[in-house]
Design a protein around this ligand. Structure first.
Ligand SMILES: [Cu+2]
Length: 140
């Protein structure tokens, strides 16, 4: 989201002020220790297919499946041992624990659709994960 995407407001002054406040709040959150939220659109693939998060902080992935074809009905995280049903046109929240630097694949059941959760930088070695527990919540 950028200033240019904001809808026009009555006064330019107000628009600029609100934009700065938004940016500041966002930057603050990125430096915190709370969960990192990433949205993934599911439509003919995962968008984005590569999701980047920092190490050492919990991760919240919100999947929005915008199609009804069966291929994308489930998303599987082999490293976390979870398979999640994605009802069409709903938001499904997947909470993952804070992780070590590494990469974790997520795919559809047939492994046609593929995505990667990249924790803590691109070229990190896959983490020797200690079988983290994942928590699933469905929102709508
Ligand atoms: Cu599939």
């Amino acid at each position: 989201m950028s200033l240019t995407n904001r809808s026009p407001m009555a006064s330019d002054w107000i628009a600029v002020g609100a934009g700065l406040a938004l940016v500041r709040r966002r930057r603050h959150a990125d430096h915190g220790t709370g969960p990192q939220v990433r949205r993934i659109r599911v439509k003919g693939g995962y968008q984005p297919a590569e999701v980047h998060v920092a190490a050492g902080r919990p991760v919240r992935l919100i999947f929005c499946r915008e199609e009804t074809i069966r291929c994308s009905e489930h998303v599987v995280f082999p490293d976390y041992g979870i398979s999640i049903t994605l009802p069409p046109f709903e938001h499904v929240l997947v909470e993952l624990p804070a992780g070590e630097p590494g990469e974790h694949a997520f795919t559809c059941e047939m492994q046609v659709l593929r995505g990667t959760l990249v924790i803590g930088g691109r070229r990190a070695q896959p983490a020797a994960s200690s079988n983290p527990q994942a928590l699933l919540t469905r929102t709508s």
